[in-house]
Design a protein around this ligand. Structure first.
Ligand code: OKP
Ligand code: ZN
Length: 346
């Protein structure tokens, strides 16, 4: 399998996130990506390639194709604005929009804007965040470009983007790279795309971006939002709206779910993406459903990720894997390799 990655993806490195009432080191850190790179090299997997220069040049426009322009403007200048306000270190929000407040009036200060666009206090914006996002989007565009020829491509990027909606960020990420991929695939001619999200958390951002569209089917297998982030989206009765009615499938599962029930949900999702008539598949490939993940509560094993890869391969679709979550860094390389090998039948 062809892997696309870039050294700039190691740049974004937040100092801390709010966890159980305390600031702790970020779970989402560059070592995650390094662990996967090392595992691929050790297994003598074909060497990853960097994004094409043309993809670099097109990265910002690709981000704008799925996000609101003012939101991208904000991300681009947020850390400089933070510095200009006299702060150093990472930019974090200090407030949030409550019910019946003005979600339609962006404030003027950086503190106000961070609170306006963030959905959690666990997603620091650093001086390097924007460059990291540009590199990620460039990898996605290159992956899209190679997909037809290669049959399957792995975009090894970070931070995870599936919590980023049209005009908000959070859940460690800022730009929804799976959505960038699906949109780019649409633009090069595929008329129906499926996004399959196997990350432990619901991809509220991906759902948000495509909720009223009938051309991109979104299916997610995730921890029940009644007990898990993102808390306010991911219920089974969210089925799409307007032209998108029926093109959204949420399969929430209880804590402690293991492969026997997880795999039934996967079979259900696969059946639906088949009947949808997808011409290409984007997989939000998270590994936090792993039994030893430090922030999650499912029970998948390394071998189960191999079974997952094999089941996805059975769909016989051009498949673009986008790296998402997974925080048990010591097992992340083995888990990722298991999924890719399972898919490739190695
Ligand atoms: C991103 B992805 C711990 C709270 C965690 C955010 C989880 C983001 C997961 N401080 N809340 O879906 O793996
Ligand atoms: Zn996750």
């Amino acid at each position: 399998m062809l892997t696309i990655t870039d050294p700039d993806l190691l740049l974004h490195h937040g100092a801390g996130e709010l966890n159980a009432g305390k600031i702790t080191p970020c779970f989402e850190q560059p070592a995650r990506l390094k662990a996967v790179l090392d595992a691929l090299a050790e297994a003598r997997w074909p060497a990853p390639i960097p994004p094409d220069p043309s993809a670099r040049a097109a990265a910002e426009a690709a981000m704008r194709s799925v996000h609101a322009g003012e939101f991208i403007d904000f991300l681009k200048s947020a850390h400089a604005d933070w510095r200009a306000a006299g702060r150093d270190g990472d930019a974090l929000p200090l407030s949030a929009i409550g019910r019946r407040m003005h979600a339609d009036r962006p404030p003027e200060t950086i503190d106000g804007m961070l609170s306006y666009y963030a959905i959690d206090p666990g997603t620091p914006i650093t001086a390097d965040t924007w460059r990291t996002l540009e590199a990620g989007a460039a990898c996605i565009l290159t992956a899209v470009d190679r997909l037809q020829q290669a049959g399957s491509v792995f975009a090894l990027i970070r931070p995870p983007g599936h919590h980023a909606g049209r005009d908000y960020y959070g859940g460690y990420g800022f730009v929804n790279m799976a959505a960038v991929a699906a949109q780019a695939l649409r633009e090069i001619g595929a008329s129906r795309i499926a996004v399959l999200d196997v990350d432990y958390h619901h991809g509220n951002g991906t759902q948000d971006i495509f909720y009223d569209r009938g051309d991109v089917f979104y299916a997610s297998i995730h921890a029940d939002p009644r007990r898990q982030f993102p808390f306010f989206l991911g219920y089974a009765d969210e089925t799409g709206a307007g032209a998108g009615e029926g093109a959204n499938l949420n399969l929430p599962l209880p804590w402690n779910t293991a492969w026997s029930s997880w795999s039934e949900a996967l079979a259900a999702a696969c059946a639906r993406l088949k009947s949808f008539g997808a011409e290409a598949l984007v997989v939000s490939l998270g590994f936090d459903a792993f039994e030893r993940d430090p922030i999650s509560h499912f029970k998948l094993t390394t071998e189960d990720f191999g079974r997952m890869g094999a089941a996805i391969a059975k769909q016989q679709l051009p498949t673009l894997f986008v790296f998402e979550g997974g925080y048990a860094i010591d097992a992340l390389g083995a888990n990722t390799l298991a999924a890719l090998e399972g898919f490739s039948g190695r």
